[in-house]
Design a protein around this ligand. Structure first.
Ligand code: AMP
Length: 211
Protein backbone atom coordinates (compact mmCIF):
# COMPACT_ATOMS: atom_id res chain seq x y z
CA UNK A 1 0.00 0.00 0.00
CA UNK A 2 1.20 3.50 -0.82
CA UNK A 3 0.58 6.47 1.46
CA UNK A 4 1.37 10.09 0.69
CA UNK A 5 2.74 12.76 2.96
CA UNK A 6 2.30 16.25 1.61
CA UNK A 7 2.29 19.80 2.88
CA UNK A 8 4.20 23.04 2.59
CA UNK A 9 7.99 23.16 2.71
CA UNK A 10 9.09 22.91 6.34
CA UNK A 11 5.97 21.01 7.45
CA UNK A 12 8.12 18.09 8.62
CA UNK A 13 7.51 15.59 5.82
CA UNK A 14 11.11 14.34 5.81
CA UNK A 15 11.30 13.99 9.60
CA UNK A 16 8.00 12.12 9.79
CA UNK A 17 8.84 9.88 6.84
CA UNK A 18 12.10 8.91 8.53
CA UNK A 19 10.20 7.99 11.70
CA UNK A 20 7.69 5.95 9.68
CA UNK A 21 10.58 4.16 8.01
CA UNK A 22 12.33 3.29 11.28
CA UNK A 23 9.25 2.48 13.37
CA UNK A 24 6.82 0.97 10.90
CA UNK A 25 9.33 -0.45 8.42
CA UNK A 26 7.97 1.67 5.57
CA UNK A 27 9.94 2.35 2.41
CA UNK A 28 10.56 6.11 2.27
CA UNK A 29 10.55 7.58 -1.21
CA UNK A 30 11.39 11.29 -1.26
CA UNK A 31 11.72 13.01 -4.63
CA UNK A 32 13.65 15.86 -2.96
CA UNK A 33 16.17 13.35 -1.51
CA UNK A 34 16.47 11.57 -4.88
CA UNK A 35 17.23 14.87 -6.61
CA UNK A 36 19.74 15.90 -3.92
CA UNK A 37 21.52 12.52 -4.22
CA UNK A 38 21.64 12.95 -8.01
CA UNK A 39 23.16 16.42 -7.62
CA UNK A 40 25.75 15.09 -5.17
CA UNK A 41 26.58 12.26 -7.56
CA UNK A 42 26.95 14.67 -10.50
CA UNK A 43 24.52 12.66 -12.67
CA UNK A 44 22.60 13.98 -15.68
CA UNK A 45 19.43 13.98 -13.56
CA UNK A 46 21.19 16.07 -10.91
CA UNK A 47 22.44 18.57 -13.49
CA UNK A 48 18.92 18.95 -14.85
CA UNK A 49 17.28 19.32 -11.43
CA UNK A 50 19.78 21.65 -9.74
CA UNK A 51 18.81 25.01 -11.23
CA UNK A 52 15.11 24.43 -10.52
CA UNK A 53 15.77 23.30 -6.97
CA UNK A 54 18.16 26.12 -6.10
CA UNK A 55 15.55 28.64 -7.26
CA UNK A 56 12.79 26.89 -5.28
CA UNK A 57 10.88 25.91 -8.42
CA UNK A 58 9.46 22.51 -9.31
CA UNK A 59 11.57 20.19 -11.43
CA UNK A 60 9.58 19.57 -14.67
CA UNK A 61 6.93 16.86 -14.48
CA UNK A 62 8.48 14.98 -17.41
CA UNK A 63 11.60 14.32 -15.29
CA UNK A 64 9.92 13.81 -11.92
CA UNK A 65 7.14 11.45 -13.00
CA UNK A 66 9.59 9.18 -14.85
CA UNK A 67 11.80 9.01 -11.78
CA UNK A 68 8.95 8.02 -9.46
CA UNK A 69 7.62 5.45 -11.93
CA UNK A 70 11.05 3.81 -12.03
CA UNK A 71 11.31 3.72 -8.22
CA UNK A 72 7.81 2.41 -7.61
CA UNK A 73 8.20 -0.55 -9.90
CA UNK A 74 9.12 -3.59 -7.88
CA UNK A 75 7.86 -2.02 -4.64
CA UNK A 76 4.47 -3.64 -4.65
CA UNK A 77 4.63 -5.47 -1.34
CA UNK A 78 5.87 -3.10 1.30
CA UNK A 79 4.28 -0.01 2.75
CA UNK A 80 5.64 2.96 0.83
CA UNK A 81 5.59 6.55 2.03
CA UNK A 82 5.76 9.01 -0.84
CA UNK A 83 7.24 12.25 0.47
CA UNK A 84 7.11 15.31 -1.79
CA UNK A 85 5.33 13.56 -4.66
CA UNK A 86 2.85 14.37 -6.08
CA UNK A 87 3.32 18.12 -5.89
CA UNK A 88 0.68 19.17 -8.40
CA UNK A 89 -2.51 17.78 -9.90
CA UNK A 90 -0.89 16.44 -13.07
CA UNK A 91 1.60 14.44 -10.95
CA UNK A 92 -1.34 13.15 -8.88
CA UNK A 93 -3.10 12.00 -12.05
CA UNK A 94 0.12 10.35 -13.24
CA UNK A 95 0.40 8.60 -9.88
CA UNK A 96 -3.16 7.27 -10.23
CA UNK A 97 -2.12 5.78 -13.56
CA UNK A 98 1.09 4.26 -12.14
CA UNK A 99 -0.84 2.65 -9.29
CA UNK A 100 -3.20 1.02 -11.78
CA UNK A 101 -0.20 -0.22 -13.78
CA UNK A 102 1.52 -1.80 -10.77
CA UNK A 103 -1.75 -2.96 -9.15
CA UNK A 104 -1.25 -1.14 -5.84
CA UNK A 105 -3.90 0.90 -4.07
CA UNK A 106 -3.54 4.33 -2.55
CA UNK A 107 -3.90 4.41 1.21
CA UNK A 108 -4.02 7.77 2.95
CA UNK A 109 -2.99 11.18 1.67
CA UNK A 110 -1.76 12.84 4.84
CA UNK A 111 -1.70 16.61 4.72
CA UNK A 112 0.68 18.04 7.33
CA UNK A 113 -0.78 21.37 8.35
CA UNK A 114 1.59 24.04 9.71
CA UNK A 115 0.95 27.81 9.74
CA UNK A 116 3.13 30.06 7.58
CA UNK A 117 4.88 31.91 10.43
CA UNK A 118 6.09 28.59 11.86
CA UNK A 119 7.21 27.35 8.42
CA UNK A 120 9.32 30.49 7.94
CA UNK A 121 10.91 30.05 11.35
CA UNK A 122 11.70 26.39 10.68
CA UNK A 123 13.06 26.92 7.15
CA UNK A 124 15.22 29.96 7.94
CA UNK A 125 16.85 28.09 10.84
CA UNK A 126 17.14 24.67 9.21
CA UNK A 127 20.69 23.36 8.83
CA UNK A 128 21.56 20.04 7.20
CA UNK A 129 24.64 17.80 7.31
CA UNK A 130 26.14 17.40 3.84
CA UNK A 131 27.48 13.98 4.86
CA UNK A 132 24.59 12.08 6.44
CA UNK A 133 21.60 14.40 5.98
CA UNK A 134 21.03 14.91 9.74
CA UNK A 135 18.82 17.94 10.30
CA UNK A 136 19.47 20.69 12.87
CA UNK A 137 17.99 24.08 13.68
CA UNK A 138 20.32 27.05 14.13
CA UNK A 139 18.53 28.16 17.32
CA UNK A 140 16.38 25.30 18.58
CA UNK A 141 18.74 22.34 18.07
CA UNK A 142 22.21 23.38 16.80
CA UNK A 143 25.05 20.83 16.54
CA UNK A 144 27.29 20.72 19.66
CA UNK A 145 30.27 22.10 17.68
CA UNK A 146 29.17 24.91 15.31
CA UNK A 147 28.74 23.66 11.70
CA UNK A 148 29.97 20.12 12.54
CA UNK A 149 27.56 17.19 12.52
CA UNK A 150 27.19 15.43 15.89
CA UNK A 151 26.54 12.12 14.12
CA UNK A 152 29.19 11.89 11.39
CA UNK A 153 31.46 14.95 11.73
CA UNK A 154 30.29 16.23 8.31
CA UNK A 155 29.79 19.89 7.43
CA UNK A 156 26.48 21.34 8.59
CA UNK A 157 25.16 24.10 6.37
CA UNK A 158 22.02 25.79 5.07
CA UNK A 159 20.35 24.26 1.99
CA UNK A 160 20.57 26.67 -0.95
CA UNK A 161 16.79 26.45 -1.30
CA UNK A 162 16.31 27.37 2.38
CA UNK A 163 17.69 30.87 1.65
CA UNK A 164 15.18 33.70 1.78
CA UNK A 165 14.33 34.22 -1.93
CA UNK A 166 14.08 30.51 -2.66
CA UNK A 167 11.83 30.00 0.38
CA UNK A 168 9.48 32.73 -0.85
CA UNK A 169 9.28 31.00 -4.25
CA UNK A 170 8.74 27.56 -2.67
CA UNK A 171 5.84 28.86 -0.58
CA UNK A 172 4.25 30.47 -3.67
CA UNK A 173 4.71 27.26 -5.66
CA UNK A 174 3.17 25.33 -2.79
CA UNK A 175 0.09 27.60 -2.73
CA UNK A 176 -0.46 27.59 -6.47
CA UNK A 177 0.51 24.00 -7.39
CA UNK A 178 0.51 21.70 -4.36
CA UNK A 179 -2.27 23.03 -2.17
CA UNK A 180 -4.99 22.04 -4.75
CA UNK A 181 -4.09 18.42 -3.90
CA UNK A 182 -6.14 18.82 -0.72
CA UNK A 183 -9.31 19.04 -2.81
CA UNK A 184 -8.10 16.34 -5.17
CA UNK A 185 -7.65 13.81 -2.34
CA UNK A 186 -10.68 15.01 -0.41
CA UNK A 187 -12.81 14.03 -3.41
CA UNK A 188 -11.14 10.60 -3.42
CA UNK A 189 -11.96 10.28 0.29
CA UNK A 190 -8.38 9.56 1.33
CA UNK A 191 -7.40 12.97 2.70
CA UNK A 192 -6.32 13.13 6.35
CA UNK A 193 -5.37 16.48 7.83
CA UNK A 194 -2.79 16.16 10.59
CA UNK A 195 -1.76 19.04 12.82
CA UNK A 196 1.98 19.46 12.18
CA UNK A 197 2.64 21.63 15.24
CA UNK A 198 4.43 20.26 18.28
CA UNK A 199 7.39 17.94 18.73
CA UNK A 200 8.20 15.34 16.08
CA UNK A 201 7.04 12.66 18.56
CA UNK A 202 3.65 14.35 19.00
CA UNK A 203 3.16 14.70 15.25
CA UNK A 204 4.28 11.11 14.71
CA UNK A 205 1.67 9.81 17.16
CA UNK A 206 -1.04 11.68 15.23
CA UNK A 207 0.11 10.17 11.93
CA UNK A 208 0.39 6.70 13.42
CA UNK A 209 -3.27 6.95 14.50
CA UNK A 210 -4.28 7.77 10.93
CA UNK A 211 -2.56 4.64 9.63
P1 AMP B 1 11.85 18.76 -0.78
O1 AMP B 1 13.06 18.11 -0.26
O2 AMP B 1 10.66 17.86 -0.83
O3 AMP B 1 11.56 20.07 -0.07
O4 AMP B 1 12.14 19.14 -2.32
C1 AMP B 1 13.19 20.02 -2.65
C2 AMP B 1 13.04 20.47 -4.08
O5 AMP B 1 13.10 19.34 -4.97
C3 AMP B 1 11.73 21.16 -4.44
O6 AMP B 1 11.72 22.54 -4.09
C4 AMP B 1 11.71 20.96 -5.96
O7 AMP B 1 12.63 21.82 -6.60
C5 AMP B 1 12.26 19.54 -6.09
N1 AMP B 1 11.16 18.55 -6.02
C6 AMP B 1 10.94 17.64 -5.04
N2 AMP B 1 9.85 16.91 -5.30
C7 AMP B 1 9.35 17.37 -6.47
C8 AMP B 1 8.22 17.04 -7.27
N3 AMP B 1 7.36 16.08 -6.91
N4 AMP B 1 8.03 17.73 -8.43
C9 AMP B 1 8.90 18.68 -8.81
N5 AMP B 1 9.97 19.07 -8.11
C10 AMP B 1 10.20 18.42 -6.93
Amino acid sequence: MIHLLFGPPGAGKGTQSDLLKVRLGAVHLSTGDLFRAAIKGGTALGKEAKSYMDAGKLVPDSVTIGLVREKLQGNTVQMVILDGFPRNVSQAEALDQMLIEIGVSLGKAVFLDVPKNVLLERLSGRRVCAGCGAVYHAKASPPKVPNVCDKCGGKVDQRIDDREEAVATRLEVYESSTSPLRDFYLKREVLERVDGLGTSEEVFRRIEKVF
